[in-house]
Design a protein around this ligand. Structure first.
Ligand code: HEC
Ligand code: HEC
Length: 351
């Protein structure tokens, strides 16, 4: 009798402790509602979401990989070292990124956001599918300098990854490259930024009030910028030369992929979402402030054989902007900052 109640008490206490632990874990991390937010002001996405549907396990695996330096040759650098959440997953203060052993790259690390609406990735569109993105930094000798096959080997030997892969891809008995890439896409595909003040304004939601200055900036933007930075993604997904240089030697842009002469010096029109947070700017990362980026169009445009015709109308270089237009444009661009996105703990480094 006495023993019985003694054991019952212990069992009860254990049960409470376990329930407490389980609750604590759940309160820390609940991914059951993870899904891709499709904002009503965005066009239809390009990525086929039904071919790789997002699951809590796949998302959590992709996120762990994104934050894990195991992907690099000497385990020194993770994707997240160059794509930092508080700057919309760009690399603040780095004109060009430095990767393994501090080696310098050639281009500025773009924000990682709204990928499912992009037609192609990288400044030159050299990666045609979201599912292939991760291979490039892994193999890049100045980024992670590792082979995907070796990454798979390291993941198989790891104490946690085999179980995480089985949970994300049930029925597959071994880790392989395609699963890794699909997990990356589940995480990166969910990085949707569409809750800026501008979005609330467009969708007529609470918190969507723009000041007179911002509204004036929006009007100027529509007239002078939206031909290239179009739709609520602020890009038409095309490649253009916006006059940064008069000769292109170090980086030929889209030409490096298409090998068409007319593509020399053309780069992907970047989205301007969260642009307040992603300094420095342009493919070479040489423009440091938003004011200077706007001023570029007014007075910095350089002529070259592939300069976009929109930036050379009636023989005049650039887009003339008055002082107040420039100020208003900068004010408007700052309404594209999405604090909800950069503070979303589901997107940040897991414990
Ligand atoms: C050493 C810094 C560095 C590391 C590490 C790195 N990246 Fe990048 N990332 C860049 C740079 C620079 C670019 C632009 C490349 C280009 O245009 O040629 C880029 C481009 C991208 C893009 C394209 C964004 C767009 O809009 O076109 C995505 C997505 C991305 N990286 C994801 C990743 C993932 C996933 C990893 C890890 C497997 C990773 N990156 C590791 C620097 C880095
Ligand atoms: C002819 C097309 C075109 C027009 C018009 C245009 N842009 Fe751009 N914009 C681009 C391209 C292309 C890039 C990237 C160029 C590069 O890095 O080589 C760019 C880059 C930018 C960037 C840097 C973004 C980043 O993440 O690095 C800002 C800011 C910007 N544009 C703002 C504007 C504003 C404001 C206007 C209107 C005054 C404007 N653009 C008009 C094509 C255009």
């Amino acid at each position: 009798m006495r023993y019985n109640s003694y054991f019952r008490t212990i069992a009860l206490l254990l049960g409470i402790a376990l329930a407490f632990l389980a609750c604590k874990k759940e309160a820390k991390e609940d991914l059951s509602d993870i899904s891709i937010f499709l904002p009503s002001n965005f066009p239809a996405p390009y990525y086929n979401l039904s071919a790789n549907p997002i699951t809590p396990e796949g998302f959590a695996l992709g996120r762990k990989l994104f934050y894990d330096p195991i992907l690099s040759r000497d385990s020194s650098i993770a994707c997240a070292d160059c794509h930092i959440s508080y700057s919309a997953f760009s690399h603040p203060d780095h004109g060009v990124s430095h990767g393994i052993e501090g080696l310098l790259g050639r281009r500025n690390a773009p924000a990682v956001q709204n990928l499912i609406w992009q037609k192609a990735y990288f400044w030159d569109g050299g990666v045609p599918e979201m599912d292939f993105i991760a291979i490039n930094p892994i193999e890049n000798p100045v980024e992670m300098d590792e082979s995907p096959a070796n990454v798979v080997k390291k993941l198989k030997r790891h104490p946690e990854y085999p179980a995480l892969f089985r949970a994300a891809f049930p029925g597959r008995d071994t880790i392989d490259g395609p699963q890794m890439l699909m997990a990356f896409s589940q995480f990166m595909g969910a990085l949707v930024s569409a809750n800026s003040r501008y979005d609330h304004y467009v969708r007529k939601e609470a918190g969507g009030t723009l000041t007179a200055e911002e509204l004036a900036g929006l009007e100027t933007f529509k007239v002078k910028c939206s031909a290239c930075h179009s739709t609520d993604l602020f890009t038409d997904n095309s490649y253009r030369n916006n006059g940064l240089l008069s000769t292109f030697t170090n980086d030929l842009g889209r030409f490096e992929i298409s090998t068409i002469q007319e593509d020399i010096g053309k780069f992907k029109v970047p989205s301007l979402r969260n642009v307040e947070l992603t300094s420095p700017y342009m493919h070479h990362g040489k423009i440091k402030t938003l004011e200077a980026a706007v001023e570029h169009y007014n007075s910095g445009v350089k002529d070259s054989p592939t300069l976009d015709p929109l930036l050379k109308q009636n023989g005049q270089l650039g887009i003339p902007l008055s002082t107040s237009e420039k100020q208003n444009l900068v004010a408007f661009l700052k309404t594209l900052t999405d604090q909800t996105f950069i503070r979303d703990t589901r997107f940040q480094k897991p414990e």
